[in-house]
Structure formats: C-alpha cells, structure tokens
Design a binder for this molecule. Sequence first.
Ligand code: ZN
Length: 78
Amino acid sequence: MALYKTIRYLSPSNDAAFDQIHHPGNVTPHSGIYRCEGCGLEIVSEHPKVFPPQHAKAHTSAQGAIRWQLIVYAVHQT
Ligand SMILES: [Zn+2]
C-alpha cells in the first residue's frame, strides 16, 4: 500500500484514469504509482514510457496476468 506523510499534497479524485487497467508493454498514460491487480506490487511508471514486461517474482496461476492500475496520479500543472 502506498504511504504518505503529508495529506495536503494528495486529493481524492474520481478521474476515469483510476479505473483503467494496463498491461505490460502498454504506454503509461499518466505518470504516477501503479499497483498490480494480481499481486499488489506497486511501481512508479512515467508517461510516455511503457509498463515493465514482467516482475522480478513470477505470478502464480491464481494471480493471473500482470494488470496495472493507477493508484496515485502525479499532476504536472501548477
Ligand atoms: Zn503482479
């Protein structure tokens, strides 16, 4: 689970970007922290780089394929 110290730097959002699922090799649409829906691993991925092709630790069959979901969106506007 992602951690933070100062809540004033984070805001709740219903942006549709949080509902999208991304696969290894897809272009990262928004820079931020992503969580694998299969195993809970969290990574930082930057737009327009691609999501990593695999984990250091392979998924079990019960965990299924690697699926990345945005959990913290980095806003680049001031
Ligand atoms: Zn995973």
